[in-house]
Design a protein around this ligand. Structure first.
Ligand code: ADP
Ligand code: MG
Length: 680
């Protein structure tokens, strides 16, 4: 039988059931998996002089054994091998723990090369291993991620064995011309140099090639998916009436910003075309996304089509409904709210009207597209702050015979590198400009011991009839603790501020109706202070609130702090954000400084990504950021951009789909050209 890179690891000698299992834990099943299990770092095995070694540094020293090795046993099954090494007339001690078998290698007068950790105070090397003197070791030895079940040295041996046996089977999936153009190392040469680097320069090139290939393949995949989505015939081409749209814009109390106009145009182009819209509108808090959504709803309405508008919470749904009603005052567009707390009778009549086409836009939570909701002519779905309207929901809709255009909106400033990876299959529109006349929010960072002083400041704001938000600490581990905290905090504020001030309480465990009641009370200024968990974070709009106090601010991500801060400064009044935090390390302090100095959500999210990584970013815990082996979307942002550019270029090239030299690459990227829908 001929050998293939997809052979199971069991073909290698020394790989029985136990090792198969151990390798499985590392996600290694085939020879290819093994050969692409790349090291995460390298040990420097260059022989060093002893003058410039730092304490605790791991180094290789070469010299002559002054004496035979002495083995001392102590305790049960513990032992120590000691000897002295003469390194150009300087004598240092060497100690190995629990490697008695090394004793026979250590003879007086013999040349030895020892890798170990330098103990500066005792001028002694704590040995890790003895290297063959002949090893012209190019200086680097690979270190792999491993588990308890398999040793580093075993892994290295297996990889070596796999390389020797399968070297000839490694085939390049990219055409030669493309490799040249992109200056990539050949696949086999890259694999070899990742494991057994010939020189430092080879290793650098190998690493660059791995990273580029990872991004490139992913972007090809995403680009292909985008193409498929766009070319899918939704049949929901919306022939809107431009005149009515213009009238609508004229009816607004403000002129759209240049960015809003651009995004409205992008959305409208999608609506009109027979290509399906799958577009993400990103705009910082307060950049005015709602009116963009309204424009899309209105456009659909002029063509007799319906919209479903989904918000993440009932409060936000209610707020969107109110905003839309206000904007559509001078139109005939009928908007209805449908949430879990809508009364049965009302719900039934809304559902009936939806099915009959008498309701033009329904606002609600995700239930809108699930249970027995029938539409007369649903052509557009808008989701606010829900990144997860995905394959399943679309399928559910398609099964009902509708395949609407989809517009995602988010105020989460997603760094570009993250958005083109996690949301690679979407088109992205950016509202990168704020409406004129906004007063920037002043942000301060204080230590908890200055609470009293801050309370005085709050009282001054309250005396001007302004309102205040207070956010209690984020306690991810325990909802109960979080609840205790927020309740205690409410009591504290009530006591400090006195009986003339009404301090309200809002948290995630409240029933929706109660939440709404509290929000309404705050909105109408019956409550002057609102102590809350982060449930209010997105979209809530109370222009009279001018102060946002955030307790234990260092527990939040920068992007999330920015979101919370965006709850104030929504009116014409000067607003403040006060962060209370006692961060431990330098990093925490730096983060607090960054947010006090920056009001640009995108800069903050870039910082967040840099400092905490994508996994931690607010809203992205379960996002679709793939696990790249080596590539890092923050660190390798420039490579990502390059790979994306090249991928898009290639996807627009007819030859890519026809020329057999690209078939390997297409296959590697999971691109099946028989699935390309044709547009008539
Ligand atoms: P977000 O992007 O955070 O959802 P909103 O759509 O809620 O922002 O808009 C925030 C506020 O800005 C609203 O009160 C809205 O009426 C107002 N607004 C939106 N666009 C403009 C504009 N071009 N000029 C002035 N105010 C605007
Ligand atoms: Mg909004």
């Amino acid at each position: 039988m001929s050998k293939s890179m997809h052979d199971p690891v069991s073909v290698l000698s020394g790989v029985g059931d136990k090792r198969i299992q151990a390798l499985k834990e590392l996600n290694i099943h085939t020879v290819l998996d093994l050969l692409t299990h790349f090291p995460f770092r390298y040990e420097d095995l260059t022989v060093r002089g002893i003058e410039d070694i730092e304490d605790n540094e791991k180094v290789v020293l070469e010299g002559q054994a002054v004496s035979d090795g002495v083995l001392t046993h102590f305790g049960r099954r513990k032992n120590r091998l000691t000897f002295r090494l003469n390194i150009e007339q300087v004598i240092v001690g060497v100690t190995f723990f629990n490697q008695p078998y090394l004793q026979k290698q250590v003879e007086a007068g013999k040349a030895l090369k020892v890798y170990g950790k330098w103990d500066g105070a005792r001028r002694q090397l704590n040995g890790i291993k003895i290297l063959p003197v002949s090893s012209s070791s190019q200086g680097k030895e690979a270190v792999y991620h491993t588990t308890k079940s398999i040793r580093q040295s075993t892994l290295i041996k297996l990889i070596r064995q796999a390389w020797d046996a399968y070297e000839g089977c490694i085939s390049e999936y990219m055409p030669e011309s493309l490799l040249k153009q992109l200056e990539l190392m050949h696949f086999a040469e890259m694999i070899f140099n990742m494991h057994f680097p010939e020189t430092e320069a080879h290793l650098d090139r190998a690493r660059e090639s791995v990273i580029f290939r990872e991004f490139f393949l992913y972007q090809l995949k995403m680009g292909w998916r985008r193409k498929q989505i766009r070319l899918a015939q939704s049949g929901s081409s919306i022939n809107y009436d431009v005149k009515q749209l213009k009238t609508f814009f004229q009816s607004l109390p403000y002129e759209l910003t240049t960015a809003q106009k651009r995004v409205v145009n992008e959305v409208c182009t999608d609506l009109k075309s027979r290509h399906q819209m799958f577009r993400l509108v990103q705009g910082d808090v307060g950049s005015g996304k709602t009116v963009v959504a309204a424009a899309a709803i209105l456009a659909a309405w002029t063509d007799g089509k319906q919209t479903a508008f989904m918000a993440p919470t009932e409060i936000l749904a209610a707020q969107h409904k109110a905003s839309l009603d206000e904007m559509f005052r001078k139109t005939e567009v009928r908007v209805e709210l449908l949430t879990g707390s809508t009364k049965k009778k009302e719900k039934d009549s809304i559902l009936a009207d939806l099915a009959a086409g008498k309701v033009d836009c329904v606002v609600g939570t995700h239930a809108l597209i699930q249970e027995g909701v029938e539409y007369h002519a649903l052509a557009l779905v808008i989701t606010d702050e829900q990144h997860r309207f995905g394959v399943n929901q679309r399928k559910a809709l398609r099964e009902k015979g509708v395949d609407p255009d989809v517009l995602f909106m988010t105020a989460t400033p997603i760094p570009r590198t993250l958005s083109i990876t996690a949301f690679g299959e979407m088109d992205v529109s950016l509202i990168d400009e704020m409406p004129k006349g906004r007063i920037p929010i002043s942000t301060y960072w204080i230590r908890p011991k200055h609470f009293e002083r801050m309370a005085v400041f709050i009282q001054k704001e309250l005396a001007k009839s302004h309102q205040v938000y207070v956010i209690s600490p984020l306690i991810e581990e325990s909802e109960t603790l979080e609840l205790e905290n927020v309740t205690a905090l409410q009591a504290t504020y009530q006591e400090v501020l006195g009986p003339d001030i009404q301090v309200g309480l809002l948290h995630g465990k409240m029933p929706p109706a109660e939440k709404e009641e509290v929000m309404n009370a705050f909105q109408s200024n019956q409550l002057q202070v609102l102590v809350s968990t982060t449930v209010i974070e997105v979209g809530v709009n109370v222009p009279n609130a001018t102060v946002m106090v955030i307790h234990d601010a260092d527990r939040f991500g920068l992007a999330q702090l920015h979101q919370l801060r965006g709850r104030v400064g929504r009116g014409a009044k000067e607003s403040f954000c006060i962060l209370i935090a006692d961060p431990k390390g330098e990093k925490g302090a730096e983060r607090m400084k960054v947010i006090t100095e920056t009001s640009d959500g995108f800069i903050l999210s870039e910082k967040d990504l840099e400092m905490r990584g994508p996994g931690d970013m607010f809203g992205f815990k379960q996002s679709g950021v793939p696990d790249f082996k080596l590539a890092d979307i923050a660190e390798d942002a420039a490579v990502l951009e390059e790979a994306r550019k090249e991928a898009i270029l290639l996807l627009s090239n007819e030859a890519f789909y026809q020329d057999p030299q690209f078939s390997g690459l297409r296959q590697e990227a999971g691109i099946d050209i028989s699935q390309l829908p044709v547009l008539d």
